[in-house]
Design a protein around this ligand. Structure first.
Ligand SMILES: NC(=O)C1=CN([C@@H]2O[C@H](COP(=O)(O)OP(=O)(O)OC[C@H]3O[C@@H](n4cnc5c(N)ncnc54)[C@H](OP(=O)(O)O)[C@@H]3O)[C@@H](O)[C@H]2O)[C@@H](O)CC1
Ligand SMILES: [K+]
Length: 458
């Protein structure tokens, strides 16, 4: 059982293609299913101890995995029952069913059990579960002391984070071979519980990954405040937001933070001046941040235009995202990182039928910028189609000011001169780690200060 951080994210089609490559290399569907079933049985034994287990098997190869695991768990002396939704329909799952020597209970009549293993549907789910089956399924899962989904909780589609029917919430999901998008994308991700990967011997390739702890180096002995990274934050109509972003930039490790606007109440370490466009051309500025609390009037537009006209790396957040034309960003030669939440993203790029990973990629291609598409499932995408998805860090991040903190954090990392995609990814990780450290009901000012501890942990 492997943790997911840093691992590739594979769609259902990419998983099938990987399976085809393995088969072309001499494997068979049966041998892959045997390996998957063995890994599942080992994981279930570790998680369930000696408690009685009920395995729910569907008609496809997900069900086949369930029959293999059931047989191995029974051979290991555990109390295992199987209930099936219908007869197996694939050759491999029929063979696996055949080797299960005990009874197969009708799904509708299955009695509950302390441990439920869901092997109804995996990446082959094509429509919602029928109402009766969905109700029975929810009842069995909700009354279990431990619920384990094989590959995916049945009822969520693999690639877009959508829930096709009412799906109960699982304690653990064992992703076979690789993480799928719905293990991370909301709302489906919220139903998966802890996600662990089982190695089924099928190598996968993908340009999308789960966000991992970044490798940021501490300042060297020769470092001074400007080589550590200078961040300039442009203030505006709501000065608190820019102050918060500046505070975050300091605690995320910037060497020098210049706030161009009202700094009343900000720590003395934050240098402040009134905004004037010439201040933006200081070549020592490693990252310029525009947007938090900027306002949306003509003055705000003028400040944004001044920022765009510089050759400094730029983070564009908040109000500035409402004022900017995504196609105009492409004309800029210095790097740009955009940090929209869902509403800002739709406002800039329109609605998309693609999943959040692909939507972010398309936006990155269109704007030529790194796009940090925020949410409980933040996606960072680059114009070259790399994408990174963050696991949900804390439900308590949904509070005012946390976006300003993220923008300041990303600016701090960007100001050190590292690649913008890596800077955006590291910023998202630091922000999430700071939130995890704080627990419930923190305020954004606490989050900014907790970045010091997040940074110290690297
Ligand atoms: N990739 C790999 O390397 C390996 C993959 N393995 C495993 O295989 C799994 C994928 O298997 P799979 O393709 O057979 O799909 P699966 O999810 O079992 O279901 C498809 C069946 O369900 C049916 N069906 C769909 N929706 C339905 C509904 N709502 N209600 C009722 N029926 C519904 C559908 O019917 P149809 O849509 O064709 O009408 C079809 O018959 C994968 O998740 C992993 O567990 C491992 O064994 C080894 C290596
Ligand atoms: K399943």
């Amino acid at each position: 059982m492997m943790p997911v951080d840093g691992r590739s994210i594979v769609t259902a089609d990419e998983m099938r293609a990987a399976e085809d490559v393995a088969i072309a290399g001499g494997a068979t569907v049966e041998s892959l299913m045997d390996r998957a079933g063995r890994e599942i049985a080992t994981a279930v034994r570790r998680l369930a101890g000696a408690s009685p287990i009920l395995i729910l098997c569907g008609p496809g190869n997900n069900g086949g995995d369930g029959y293999v695991a059931a047989r191995l768990l029974k051979e290991a002396g555990l109390d295992v029952r199987v209930a099936a939704l219908s007869e197996p329909r694939t050759e491999a799952s029929r063979a696996a069913r055949h080797r299960w020597s005990a009874a197969v209970e009708p799904f509708a009549e299955a009695a509950p059990a302390p441990i439920i293993v869901d092997a109804l549907f995996g990446i082959g789910l094509s429509r919602p579960l029928e109402t009766g089956a969905a109700t029975k399924f929810a009842e069995l899962v909700e009354t279990a002391t431990l619920s384990i989904a094989i590959d995916l909780p049945s009822g969520i589609s693999s690639d877009d984070g959508c829930i096709l029917a009412e799906v109960p919430s699982f304690d653990v999901t064992l992703a076979l071979g690789a993480v799928k998008p719905s293990h991370l994308l909301q709302p489906a991700a919220n139903l998966c519980g802890k996600v662990r990967i089982l190695d089924i011997g099928v190598p996968t390739r993908s340009r999308a990954r789960v966000l991992d702890r970044p490798a940021l180096t501490p300042p060297g002995p020769e470092a001074h405040k400007f080589t550590r990274g200078m961040v300039a934050v442009i203030g505006g109509a709501m000065p608190g937001a820019a102050r918060l972003a500046s505070l975050a930039a300091m605690h995320a490790g910037a060497g020098y933070v210049l706030l161009l606007g009202d700094a009343q109440g900000a720590p003395d370490a934050i240098v402040h001046k009134p905004f004037y466009p010439e201040a933006l051309s200081d070549v020592r500025i490693g990252a310029l941040l525009v947007g938090p609390g900027l306002g949306r009037d003509a003055e705000a537009q003028a400040k944004l235009d001044a920022a765009l006209a510089t050759d400094r790396p730029l983070v564009i957040d908040g109000d500035a995202l409402h004022l900017i034309d995504p196609d105009a960003i492409k004309r800029r030669s210095a790097p740009v990182i955009l940090t929209p939440h869902g509403g800002e993203f739709t406002g800039m790029f329109g609605r998309s039928d693609a999943n959040k990973i692909d939507a972010a990629r398309q936006a990155a291609v269109r704007s030529g910028a790194i796009v940090v598409f925020k949410g409980a499932d933040t996606v960072i995408a680059a114009p070259d189609k790399r994408a990174t998805v963050s696991r949900s860090a804390s439900v308590w991040l949904s509070t005012a000011g946390t976006g300003d903190v993220l923008a300041g954090t990303i600016a701090a990392v960007l100001s050190t001169g590292i690649e913008p995609y890596d800077a955006a990814s590291a910023g998202v990780w630091l922000h999430g780690d700071a939130a995890r450290r704080l627990g419930p009901a923190f305020v954004a000012d606490d989050l900014a200060r907790a970045l010091t501890a997040a940074r110290a942990s690297l």
